[in-house]
Design a protein around this ligand. Structure first.
Ligand SMILES: [Zn+2]
Ligand SMILES: [Zn+2]
Length: 160
């Protein structure tokens, strides 16, 4: 099924609005603890997007640096979690937007689970999509590890 190339979305109060003009890919759930905390939900649904394909029409998200290598954008007025943006050079060409903040989330069904080691036990997953774990400490390794250690992690996550 082809996905609409142009999507739009925004936050709950409407002060931040965006549109996209590139494909959304690797639609996924993330169960990691940071996504749970950022959203107040058991998991988020996210879509990868080329960084230059995201355009804010109204407002700008506020940014919170949630780890040494990632910042997250949310509406400064209503708090809706909107995007995940890596800060390391190797990942500087993409970001993730939250599928539930899109105007038509029904068109973007996730097909993978990330961060499955943090799945909340009562959050019952009834699909057979691939389930990926995050390696312990991978954020610290990307932030402070040796070149070889960083490369091993980047190679593993670089298949988006
Ligand atoms: Zn808002
Ligand atoms: Zn996550």
């Amino acid at each position: 099924m082809t996905k609409p190339q142009n999507a739009s979305g925004g936050c709950l109060c409407g002060n931040v609005r965006y549109r996209t003009d590139g494909p959304l890919y690797d639609l996924h759930y993330c169960h990691c603890r940071t996504c749970q905390k950022a959203s107040g939900a058991p998991a988020i649904a996210g879509a990868f997007l080329s960084r230059d394909a995201l355009h804010f029409i109204d407002g700008e998200p506020k940014v919170f640096r949630s780890s040494p290598i990632v910042e997250r954008g949310f509406c400064g007025d209503c708090g809706t979690y909107l995007l995940y943006r890596p800060l390391i050079e190797e990942w500087s060409d993409w970001l993730i937007i939250t599928i539930a903040s899109l105007d038509n989330p029904e068109n973007y069904a996730p097909k993978r689970h990330y961060g499955i080691e943090s799945q909340i036990p009562w959050f019952d997953i009834r699909d057979n999509f691939p389930r990926e774990r995050y390696e312990d400490g991978f954020i610290d390794i990307l932030a402070k590890g040796s070149q070889e250690e960083r490369k091993a992690i980047l190679d593993r996550f670089g298949q988006n």
